[in-house]
Design a protein around this ligand. Sequence first.
Ligand code: ZN
Ligand code: ZN
Ligand code: FE
Length: 747
Amino acid sequence: MNRNKLITKEIQINGIVQGVGFRPFVYRKAVELNLSGYVLNTSTGVEITVNGEEKKINIFLYQLQNNNPAASKIKYFKVDNIPEQKFTEFKIKKSTQQIGTTLISPDLAVCKDCVREMFDKFDKRYLYPFINCTNCGPRFSIIENTPYDRPMTTMKDFKMCDYCKNEYTNPLDRRFHAQPIACPECGPKFELLNNNLEKIQTDEPIKETIELLKNGKIVAIKGISGFHLACDATNTKVVKRLRKLKDRPHKPFAIMTQEKNLSKLVDITAENINLLKSPESPILILKKKKNLLSELVAPNNPNIGVFIPYAPIHFLLFDEELPFLVMTSGNINNDPISKDERSLQKICDYFLTNNRPILNRSDDSVILPTRNKNLILRRSRGFVPSPINLPINTIPTLGMGAALKITFSLTKNKQLFLSPYIGNSFSKNTMDFYFEMLEKYKKWFDIKPKLIACDLQPDFFTTRLAKKQDLPLIKVQHHHAHIAAIMAEHHITEPVIGIVYDGTGYGTDGAIWGGEIMAADFNKFQRLFHLNDMPLPGGDSAIKKPIRIAYAYLKKIGIDTNFLENISEMEKRIISKQIENNFNVFQTSSMGRLFDCVSTMLGLFPEISFEAQSAMALQFLCDENNIKNAKIYSYEIQNDKINIQSILKEIAKDIHNGISPKKIAESFHNTIIQFTVDAVTEASKKSEIKKVVLSGGVMQNKIIVENLNHILTKNNFTVYLPSELPSNDGSISVGQVMVANSKYLKT
Ligand code: ZN
Ligand code: ZN
Ligand code: FE
């Protein structure tokens, strides 16, 4: 009777629901429950009309929301009762066009069903490196336009064979409407080229590649969203050559290895392994166990970045004699990751490449696990272009980013679209990549910015670009943006205390800031405490030669500088003159520079080849377990300044007395933690704020983050860590749009 009454409902679902097996899932559930009606992709998401018994429809609704496919993300779910409609069956209908935004799925690591099939001798796709299904495979990297359908992707030029077509059109098949579906008969193929781009005649380009790698060759391998440069990670000679070719003397290389070999290489937990096996398949920074690799892979570094095969091709590259591969982004120096061969010809011996174009590039994402939370250091492949939900409504806004580790942000209502990692703004190719992605994002997500936000620093390329646009422009102080980004991540709208320990950021007084404790909300900030200003001779040039910073700092304090090594008499003379005449000397409160100073006082890296190299070296001297018992150097907090001069005096004295660099580094870390806790406690007394946000590049230092989090939490603060958004400049654009919106709407 009533129980058997038939009703009809209309369901609208938005989020990541296209290209992730959502419609076949809906279809299967409806058929199982004996419901009739249809499901279709619209340009805003998925729409379902369903007719059947109320009880069964309720089960259906529950399952849609709770058993949805692993790679799907439901952001909006709306159910309406509509007048009864009768259907003979349940159908998957053709897509319709509608005004609105569909989300584009990120690229997904190959799933375990596909891997199983790939290694099954009797499977049609045995050893086929483009295997994929609705649960896995390329998405973002192959899409031209929305809605996500094969003709809108780089698969459009591959005509499906009958076998694939059968699967593609069968709603009960795992490959039903898997847009990149392919097989050896109809899909893309790998081939091997030498570095003159001439084809090497071989039936087995992948096996041949393994041999080349074993023989110490560098092979550029085309992956899902860009090229990697690969070589045998145990072969010092080839790793050294790769460093030379890439002009990258020290910066660590990431290692790819099979899951079974991970524990030989690094200390790893079950949770870490799950993260590596997730659809995002990031690089994780973990502690080296014993060094099975060439020391040149990550020189003087106790950690190593590891990831496991995530594209089908990667699974085919390893064997017992080749367990560990360097897999570093295929790019030249300051350029973005490459999507074609030409730009890499000079830095590799061979190419293992294929005929499926990469439309949209993204680098591998990088995550640093800490005691409490995973901190993302680079948010790119596997994450982009998924939107970030915002705590406030926005007008369409473009955030430009700063100069290093650039990303841009575009907002629409309560959604923010963060670009892939772009790179540093010093190369034309990098900025071309920026413009390319910006135009695509505007088109895909249908955003026409009405407001633009940039850094306060007038000389940044991004600032100059922003000024040229005919739009209301709001300049956002760098460290205010750092705090706002992490506030947005945690959906905090009320004032917080922000600890921003950073390298460089232009202050409202024209000085270079970077050791800041601020009270802030999205609208404004107050600089409550900062490290006292120190001289930075020659600005950026000293950042590359941190020994000059040590010399300038010690000179200013009046500490004897004779013990400093690796600085010439000429350099000393010039810097002294600069300080004396106050010529080309900037004032800085930067925490990054303080690390540089102490690091070079201890004789580490007088010159650096990548950002934060000397700060990292100082961190690596420490035994993490010793920090809380390490001696604390004296410091003073007066008015709004944290005076660090006595810290440096005592460190110089310790060096003089032969105290070990390890002990000094541990004490230095503990001192920072202590004065920060003191300053935050003081700031909280003044402001009555108990929420604390950590941000800035120095918050990639595990020791600082873990200890601050621990002590502040114990002291009844609520601490928010940069977990889903990077603490470095990779999230500056997010902070910029948040601040700009808040300011714009209040004026
Ligand atoms: Zn799959
Ligand atoms: Zn086929
Ligand atoms: Fe910064």
